[in-house]
Design a binder for this molecule. Structure first.
Ligand code: ZN
Ligand code: ZN
Ligand code: ZN
Length: 89
């Protein structure tokens, strides 16, 4: 258990899970993705930094939403862009 937490992660009471296993933005433009992340502020599911379009990171920078959760089956972690904090749960 890694506990490199931050105030944003501490404030999360229930973790938002993906509504659908797809990147909303990639679907619109017909792009491919590698892994999925779910924004813990608004619940949108977007693609990771290994994906060509990096929609989750772009969303965080554009919206100011700091925390994502992995939306991959079997992965249980949260990441805060603002604090570069990573927590497994
Ligand atoms: Zn934080
Ligand atoms: Zn995407
Ligand atoms: Zn968001």
């Amino acid at each position: 258990m890694i506990s490199e937490s931050c105030a944003h992660i501490e404030a999360i009471e229930s973790i938002k899970r993906p509504a659908r296993a797809e990147c909303e933005e990639c679907v619109k433009i017909g792009a491919e993705w590698v892994h999925l992340r779910t924004c813990q502020e608004c619940g949108v599911t977007l693609c990771c930094d290994s994906s060509p379009n990096r929609h989750a990171t772009k969303h965080s920078h554009a919206s100011g939403h700091p925390v994502i959760a992995s939306a991959q089956p079997g992965e249980r972690w949260l990441y805060c862009y603002t604090d570069d904090a990573f927590v497994q749960y």
